[in-house]
Ligand binder design. Sequence first.
Ligand code: FAD
Length: 535
Amino acid sequence: MSLPTLVVLGDQLSRTHGPLARLGPEDARILMVESRALLHGLPHHAQKVTAFLSAMRHLARDLREDGYEVHYRRLDHPDADDFGTALTAHLTAVGGEAWWTRPRDDGVEAELRAGADAAGAPIHTFEDEGWIVPDAVFDAWAEGRTTLKMETFYRHVRRWSGVLMDDDGEPVGGRWNYDAANRAGPPRDRTPPTRPTHPPDALTREVQADVAAHLPHAWGAPEPFGWPVTRADALEVLDAFLRDRFVDFGRYQDAMVSGERTLWHSTLSVPLNLGLLHPREVVDAALAHAERVGTRPPDGEDDADAATADAATADAAAVPLNALEGFVRQVLGWREFLHHVYRTRSATLRAANVLDAHAPLPPAYWGAPTDLHCLATTIAGLEATGYAHHIERLMVTGNVAQLLGVDPTALLDWFTATHVDALDWVMVPNVLAMSQYADGGGLTTKPYAAGANYLHKQSDACAACRFDPKKREGEDACPITAWYWAFVDRHQERFTTNHRMRMIVAGWRKRDADARAAILARAEATRAAFLAGEL
Ligand code: FAD
């Protein structure tokens, strides 16, 4: 009898969990496909494509070395049009059942089913073991709720998992959330430690050559490439983060520094999204590290009396509670939450556009010159590496697009193409719901919208910008502030019903009518110029 074929997708590259942790070469043959439909659809960043394909080819090589029969369809293979076509051709040739782990992104399961059906092959699917929170736990929590808030889910999961909980069932340190300590602006007195990079080996070089030959319209610089593509690389990224940057992860989580790409962020989204790390092992590693080196009070709340020179030195390696809790919240909270939101609500989210936003994506997003220095530096960094950190995504590229009323789907495509860690399951809720408020607040209590004041506080970009973040009027007033007020004005009816926006709308309405008209006129003129690539 013919062996079954296990399809291994590019975001399921794990041998520590899932079917590859259990099945040996004698149990199944392997099929891996570099789907042209996926790769050609958008001008994906060259480093994003390289990271995914290189990680796939590395896994295929390792499996072959371990005796598996691996059928690998490179992007120039005649059968690699899409997953379904490749699977039909493969099964027609070798027979046997089709096996796969439940895919994360919409559409893939249907493609695989159609492919197996066309070959008349029986199908067996495995549950996706790459998550911490089982579907049933989320579904029971979500049942009957009209809005889903991450903070409520996160507290539920903290209790359910026991992570960062005291023996008496209270959150460690007495609070669920230390975010107030995680909002420092750019540091004046320190530079972030360097992070490990993984220069291309021969296999990655081959991928780079294929990307250059077959995807000439890929966006972004292919070099220098340093993303992790193996399990060993991934573990090194995790270790280096915990060793070098974890202590200041919380404090500078919302800071933006021109020319500094990753600051104290972990860059773990890439190996996590490839499947090279399990989120539970990341959380456990963070907890174990904190246990080993000790924890200290949240930044800004140290007990001054206890801070003798010796204690301060001994304490320097200890992880502040705001960094520990903040990191756990990102992985156990946000990442798990948005996965389940996508799993249960992606179709509704994808269709949502309650703010009726239809403007095209501004040319600056693809690298056209712009005078908005915060945006220019974010895009330049993205172009060079495929990476922007969370606050750049949310409060620079996401914020500016939202204020201008850019079509959420156009923005979704742009985010998907340009970010090295982009997958549909994580982009749809982050871009459409969290960043663009396209669902009208199903996941957030208010839109993440801000004018130049916020950007000036969190970033050093305004200092080198031709616009002045403090001015409200005049040719050198930052247009982002005018766009912010035009956004509030445009949606004032909706926002008066939101308890966190009501006061802002009331403040706007109280302003002198001439002042409001001047701001709106400036917003419209600068918006038109920006959308035309002239600002
Ligand atoms: P850190 O700041 O070091 O955070 C640690 C980890 O927490 C991340 O690696 C990630 O796995 C997880 N995490 C934190 N926030 C989120 C979140 N909102 N959603 C999911 N996971 C989270 N994340 C992606 O993985 N892929 C994307 O395509 C993506 N697109 C985004 C688009 C927008 C508009 C926004 C606002 C956020 C997006 N995020 C995305 C979430 C988050 O910005 C990235 O996970 C993070 O910036 C990756 O960098 P890091 O690994 O250094 O993260």
